[in-house]
Design a protein around this ligand. Sequence first.
Ligand SMILES: Nc1nc2c([nH]c(=O)n2[C@H]2C[C@H](O)[C@@H](COP(=O)(O)OP(=O)(O)OP(=O)(O)O)O2)c(=O)[nH]1
Length: 138
Amino acid sequence: MSEPKTLRVMVGLCLDDDRILITRRPDDTHLALKWEFPGGKPEGDEDNHAALQREFLEEVGLTIEVGRLFHEKVFTYPERRVHLFFYLVRTPIPQALSLRQVADAKWVPFSALVDEDFPPANAELLDCLRRDQPRFSA
Ligand SMILES: Nc1nc2c([nH]c(=O)n2[C@H]2C[C@H](O)[C@@H](COP(=O)(O)OP(=O)(O)OP(=O)(O)O)O2)c(=O)[nH]1
């Protein structure tokens, strides 16, 4: 059987002191109702940063600054393979959430990430976040 195509997915770890933003996937998509970090696939010839900035505006209505790449993971689901790029991001000024294309969103303390139901591809990242709570850096 041929290898599945690998989808490149840009994901933002949006930091606010000891809190991080998580979103919940809609009920009609892959990994329905799992909690995750906002992001998605680049469109057209978008670069990684531009894709992340667009996804944050579309999903949670936030204008973000993109910092360093914190973690990468290639993971094969039965339906697709994803290459996840997890970037540190922040909002330059406080902004209210405005939700579209997500079932829910919330700011959670790092210590509460363990309580949420994330996709299996995020397990290694969550271990890293528990070991080393990152601070935003460009
Ligand atoms: N945004 C995001 N996606 C994640 C995370 N962990 C994880 O496995 N994924 C997967 C879920 C999806 O298969 C893929 C993200 O693609 P997407 O959100 O643009 O795709 P989708 O399935 O909603 O929509 P589509 O393919 O029908 O266009 O990456 C995460 O933390 N954040």
